[in-house]
Design a protein around this ligand. Sequence first.
Ligand SMILES: Cc1ncc(COP(=O)(O)O)c(C=O)c1O
Length: 389
Amino acid sequence: MLEPIRSHRVADLVQSDIRAMTQRCVELGGVNLGQGVCDTPPPNPVVAGVQGALDRGANIYTRFDGVGRLRKALAGKFERHNGLKPDPDCEIVVTIGSTGAFAATLMALCNPGDRLLLLEPYYGYHLNTARVAQLETELVPLQGPELKLDAGLLEEKARGARALVLNTPGNPSGRVFTREELEAIADICRRHNLLCITDEIYEYFLYDGRKHISIATLPGMWERTVTITGYSKTFSITGWRIGAVAAHRDLAAPIGLVNDLYYVCAPSPLQYAVADGINTLADDFYRDLAQEYQDKRDRFCGVLKEAGLTPAIPEGAYYVLADIRRLGCDNARDAAMKLLEEAGIASIPGSAFFADPRGEQLVRFCFAKDEDTLNRGCEQLSDWARKQR
Ligand SMILES: Cc1ncc(COP(=O)(O)O)c(C=O)c1O
């Protein structure tokens, strides 16, 4: 037997709780409100776009940074929706999902041993991808039940760091950072010469009239920000793996280089299909999407509240952190398992998103489910709560 088997890069990493919970949920025939998979159908132009691309024979490698049609479509979207003006020829890189964008960014712009700041609660892939890239990670806890930014704390930790990861709207926090918070972050990035890597994959999932703000639009930020997005969530195509980076050409060039080395290119027919979606779906598609998810949020949070699992009402994205202390378990993993065994609902233990003990009092639910699944989840949760009384 080869010994040691694992490289240092992955020696301490284990498969995330998210997958383990999903597996157990399948075994029990439960409702999976754990994993962030939206199982609603993709929009028609996107589905038709794949067929069209296949009929046209879009089967060969594309340019490393994506087909021209998609880069142009993305440049238009970044201008209209985000207020950015990337040059489609050298400031956009089409990637294998946002996950591929994030990994390529770390490999292209950070050195082993560089310090990366992550706001806590964090998205597990951000933390673990950074570990595989051999970066030092430092957490900056968001404060209080509303998970607000503590700019003073961020300032303290920023000294000597290489980069900060931002995720707005946030998974699992549901936070949509305010302009004031983003200005404070931008100010710290500029003064401490930090790279800002912002994962904006949930940019269309905004509630109660909130507007998306890309930090790269703030003064002096375009040159030091990598803006990451993806269509997994917006078009319900998590298995297609189409994401993108928009960044100043000096940042985009090395990211494109790594993207080429690791992935060569994103799948060609799917790139054309996403371009068709961006080019043909009008504003009302995105408005309706946000409204649909806001309704789901309200319905599901109402049920959580009645069940005594007090939710932190999300401002965006499609997750909700709920307080599980009434379950009387020692930790979040036990509580999530209890909920799965008793109510048939899978969730993710909060400890997957926090290093500090706050995570042990929380689980995360995902409400990006089709109507039937969400209804079943709501009913099972209500029934379970009734039996507890
Ligand atoms: C914050 C965040 N970034 C990225 C991803 C993954 O995106 P993609 O499918 O584009 O790789 C997810 C999925 O849950 C996410 O929550």
